[in-house]
Ligand binder design. Sequence first.
Ligand code: TYD
Ligand code: MG
Length: 455
Amino acid sequence: MAKEKTVYTCNECGGTSPKWLGKCPSCNAWNTLIESVAGSDAPTKNRFASLAKTAEVIVLSDIEASDVDRTPTGHEELDRVLGGGMVEGGVVLIGGDPGIGKSTLLLQALDSLQRQGKSTLYVTGEESGAQVALRSRRLGLDQSQVKVLAEIQLEKILATLAAHSPDVAVIDSIQTVYSEQLTSAPGSVAQVRECAAHLTRAAKASGTAIVLVGHVTKDGTLAGPRVLEHMVDTVLYFEGDTHSQFRLVRAIKNRFGAVNEIGVFAMTEKGLKGVSNPSAIFLSQHAEPVPGSCVMVTLEGTRPMLVEIQALVDSGGPSPRRLSVGLDKDRLAMLLAVLHRHAGVACMDQDVFVNAVGGVRISEPAADLAVLLSITSSLRGKALPKGFIAFGEVGLAGEVRPAPRGQERLKEAAKLGFSMAVVPKANAPKKPIEGMTIHAVERVEEAMEVVRSLT
Ligand code: TYD
Ligand code: MG
């Protein structure tokens, strides 16, 4: 590619400037100018032009609906989040903290695809070929036929992709790749966006399925403020605690499958192994119930999982702290206000810490009731009864709202030996569930009353 002229394009209005400015000359927004390439590849000038082939306009009902062709990776849990497997020309972005297992999982997946007769290419920008080989030996993939390219320059990677046209390629990681067309440093928003756009275009044009690996920054966003999410077909995120054995992979966007589907893996000495029955892995298994702990049943994706919510309420200073790990911080503040106003439990002068065990992130509001019960349990220093679970959304008016698919959650808990539940009234089962005593509540104060009578 010939060297083209660099321009600075505004993220907001698309206006351009020949040099970097703090303020966009067109729309006056601050800090929106990002380096890009002038000419045919300029991001604002229809960078996807080559993707669009002129075609006839067809009536929807005349189009034959065929399911996309998927290649299963052979790792059941990964296929579950991908919606069945890799799709020809599909681009997957897989994000996560450093050291969580992205490279490990993808090397395992490529090896298994290669064994199925697919051609694969692993582009490594972070490790040398020798390091990748060392990892594959450790994973027990001694005879692996996966092709490896240690390269970070986009133009060379594109040329190699064109020359080998593999069925599946992994770019590990997109933040190390840089294009000669831009002067910005590798890993900058401009570079990440430009390189990902070129790779996406190459995938669509050649039919190669491409997986882009992206590191997540400390505040939880992919470096290059989520700029890649809208460009790719599928976005997967690794969750979990690098200190625990379990890892979750969550689909947060999928053009070829369901979102919020979760794959569960365990990190072993032989790499990541799928966990097909993960419902009980996020419990900390206390011998006897302890104060400040309440188990909930979460249902994200298709499988119910039991997760222990822990709270610690302790006397704080003049400005007490509210901290949550794995749960929404703003929601915690809201729940504390509801607890005070509607149940008369005040935590104003207390530090409140809440944690979802095992590094799992819970985004559904069905966790509210368990959060409140663990907080009051810690505050009173009284443990909830043995075999107790709770779930339900709590509203600002103090009402307890139903969670989707409540029966399934209760059945899963009963299957794992839980015997007592506090649930929203609308989730109370019509037929009793064997071995499970269910207290259906409509309001927060009712839930508190039930728990007080039990402990
Ligand atoms: P890695 O895949 O390098 O993480 P990422 O690419 O997301 O940065 O994961 C490395 C971690 O996994 C490292 O801490 C060692 C551990 N690990 C195992 O426990 N077992 C294994 O078989 C391998 C290869 C790695
Ligand atoms: Mg890695």
